[in-house]
Design a binder for this molecule. Structure first.
Ligand code: DON
Length: 596
């Protein structure tokens, strides 16, 4: 057995009440991470090496395949599949099934996801949209009170009203049908065993349960699971989830149809409609009609690359693409990561992009979205002229990407949870998937061992502003606008970087920054995900506290920015594909990259 140094958080994840031999900051720039180390025995060499690399800020190296995600147990499940010759799609199914158990607050069967796929055989890139949909009985006023005023956010979230038809089980099956190499059912074995035998509650999950105990206590099944006997689950507790094991077994045996048209779907509709105090309208018909949509990837050139990702209903690739396009006329490499001027450009490019996002981006199956116009090179070049100054921009308005349609600006709100999975398999296929139940613990409704999403609160609560309609208003069957930005960066028709993050609308800034750090600043993928964040969505320049980014406060204020130094909780997971595979996992979360 090898002796390895592990963080306290990871020890809890792996199940041991292990002695803490020493206290040491594992990563001085990431305050959220558990920082004590301990000497332990019995950890697989690959896992130990992955953990140690992350702690040291180094990428994990591999030759054949790699998986990076938010929890070591989920990553190991994916690694097992890849080791057996499974494809990235097979591995994703195993990773997602375990994430739904060990990180239930972030993603799972009751949620939705977007997936970007590079196919090594055909050289093609495509995307699958497994976004939740508004029920057919949903009306544009879903999130308004009787006076037509928007509900308070958590009044809308907690209960049945916010629950959209889940897309993740259908997405898992669609990806496996198209790109799977191994049988479907065994992909669930690891998750089923963990659910039956128990998994160790991680520090992050425990913290989030404690912080949300009031809301988790509101519905009986949820309370019984997360607050057994009224006490929040604690880090290190071994938790079983037999209902989840049964749900997974049904999915393994009967496929997604079991979920959408069988007993599980019926229970979901009933629980949503009967949610005390805040019932919803999701019905069995919505479950039966759910469809994954394949959509073309949105690709935007940046330097020698094409940065490709998820188009509408996500705003991810368009907004990341706009930011990159707007700064592309500047020599970001020469400016470097410590330059206030580089951050002025990124910050105001981002504000300009967010202005367009708020006006124009929504589900293009329901409203016209000027996808081409928004990332058109001439449009971005013209708009980038606004950045030809040396001070912060004043008011920022949307541009006109050649679009003759009056929309008002959107006011939807987003809060933390969500997870990102990056996988490259031994055949060279690449998968980038961001997966969510929206808010931490979603709607707080639990059904058969998993939580239901609150994704519908990603719609605008208002339908109009000053009489002008809002593109992202609620409509029956529509998908709420997302910020999720699962990304694959291409060069010469081949993938070179797979990346994405949770973080609500901050996802866009996290991903754009990571691409700039990697492409312009010469950082490896671990450095690119670890570096302190700076982002500006709506006017305030957020800088990550406890990192080098916070040093930008004074110079940015001198340029006229309003600055807020705060925790910025990304969950970037990336894989760079070159001579070798290099994986990076966000030190702000519990995940790792693992490969062989
Ligand atoms: O789809 C979206 O953009 C959001 N529902 C994602 C939520 C999220 O990333 C929360 N993250 N920390």
């Amino acid at each position: 057995m090898r002796k390895m140094f592990l963080t306290a958080g990871v020890i809890a994840l792996l199940g041991g009440a292990l002695p803490l031999a020493a206290q040491q900051a594992a990563d001085a720039v990431q305050p959220e991470v558990a920082t004590s180390r301990a000497e332990v025995e019995g950890v697989s060499p690959a896992l130990a090496a992955a953990l140690s690399a992350k702690g040291l800020g180094q990428p994990v190296e591999a030759q054949n395949w790699m998986v990076a995600a938010a929890n070591p147990l989920a990553v190991e499940a994916g690694a097992d599949v890849l080791r057996q010759g499974g494809s990235a799609a097979d591995a994703m199914v195993a990773v997602q099934a375990v994430l739904g158990l060990v990180e239930p607050q972030s993603s799972g069967l009751g949620g939705g996801a977007f997936l970007v796929w590079y196919d090594a055989e055909t050289g093609e890139l495509t995307t699958l949209d497994g976004r939740e949909t508004a029920p057919l009985a949903a009306r544009p006023t879903l999130f308004q009170d009787e006076a037509g005023e928007p509900l308070k956010f958590f009044d809308a979230v907690v209960g049945g009203r916010s629950v959209g038809t889940p897309g993740t089980p259908a997405l898992m099956e669609a990806a496996h049908r198209r790109w799977g190499r191994l049988d479907w059912a065994p992909l669930f074995d690891r998750a089923i065993a963990l659910a039956e035998d128990g998994f160790t509650v991680s520090p992050r999950l425990a913290e989030q349960i404690a912080a949300d105990a009031d809301r988790l206590g509101r519905y009986r099944d949820t309370a019984n699971y997360f607050l057994p006997g009224g006490t929040p689950l604690a880090a290190g507790d071994v938790k079983k989830n037999r209902p989840y094991a049964r749900t997974l077994a049904a999915l393994a045996e009967g496929g997604a149809a079991e979920f959408y048209t069988g007993a599980i779907g019926k229970t979901i509709a009933r629980v949503v409609q009967e949610a005390e105090g805040n019932p919803g309208v999701l019905a069995e018909i919505d479950m039966a009609l759910y469809e994954v949509r394949e959509r073309p990837a949105v690709c935007v050139p940046y330097r020698a690359y094409e940065v490709c990702g998820m188009g509408p209903p996500s705003s991810g690739a368009l907004t990341v693409g706009q930011i990159l396009g707007l700064v592309s006329g500047h020599d970001m490499a020469a400016l470097g990561p410590d330059s206030p001027e580089a951050w002025r450009l990124i910050g105001d490019a981002s504000r300009l992009a967010f202005a367009d996002r708020g006006r124009y981006m929504a589900d293009s199956d329901f409203v016209p979205v000027p996808v081409k116009g928004l990332v058109d090179a001439a449009y971005l070049e013209e708009r980038a002229k606004l950045l030809d100054t040396d001070a912060a921009l004043g008011d920022v308005a949307p541009g006109n990407p050649g679009f003759d349609h009056a929309w008002a600006d959107d006011d939807s709100i987003e809060f933390p949870s969500t997870s990102h999975i990056s996988i490259v398999d031994s055949a060279g296929n690449a998968l980038s998937m961001t997966t969510t139940i929206e808010n931490g613990f979603g709607s707080r409704l639990m059904v058969r061992g998993f939580l239901l999403n609150n994704e519908l609160t990603d719609f605008s609560f208002r339908t109009h502003a000053d009489g002008v309609p809002i593109a992202n208003r609620v409509e029956p069957g529509k998908r709420p606008r997302s910020s999720m930005a699962p990304t694959i960066v291409m060069q010469g028709g081949k993938p070179v970087l797979v990346i994405g993050s949770p973080g609500g609308s901050r996802i866009i800034g996290y991903v754009a920054q990571a691409v700039i750090a990697w492409a312009d600043w010469g950082m490896n993928v671990q450095q690119a995900v670890s570096m302190g964040h700076g982002l500006n969505r709506f006017g305030t320049f957020d800088l990550e506290e406890g990192t080098d980014a916070a040093k930008l406060q004074e110079p940015l204020e001198a340029m006229g920015f309003e600055v807020s130094v705060q925790g910025l909780n990304s969950g970037l997971h990336g894989i760079a594909i070159g001579e070798t595979l290099q994986g990076g996992a966000d030190p702000r979360r519990e995940g790792i990259a693992l490969g062989e």
